[in-house]
Design a protein around this ligand. Sequence first.
Ligand SMILES: [Zn+2]
Length: 129
Amino acid sequence: MDSQFHSQLKTKKSFLEGLKRGEILFSQCEKCSQKYLPPREICKVCGSKSLALKPVDLSHAKVVACTFIQVPPERYSNEEGYGIAVVEFKDNLRLLGRLNTALKDPIKIVGLNVKVVVEKSKPDFWFEL
Ligand SMILES: [Zn+2]
């Protein structure tokens, strides 16, 4: 297993630990201040491995891109289909996630604010209008 793959696993684990506490975590480079969401272990800008995990401010979450999956994968086969949205938080942090909505028109959804729901027990997260 190469070190990049290993560090991706480690940050994925940290991200899941954050969800268990009800937080979406990003990482910020302590050297050049670059922010990463989902979090990274190694800074792409300066190569530093000193990155701090911090919770995203979830009070401002706006849809910047959206699409709908009409034929869901097996895991969600009991659903009619669902949205996938890129949501932007403060400081231009962006995250891809599921969007639970009855609206199926992406054009009507881009620009709207969403609520971030974190299900600590799974752990999982999704967006709601
Ligand atoms: Zn950096």
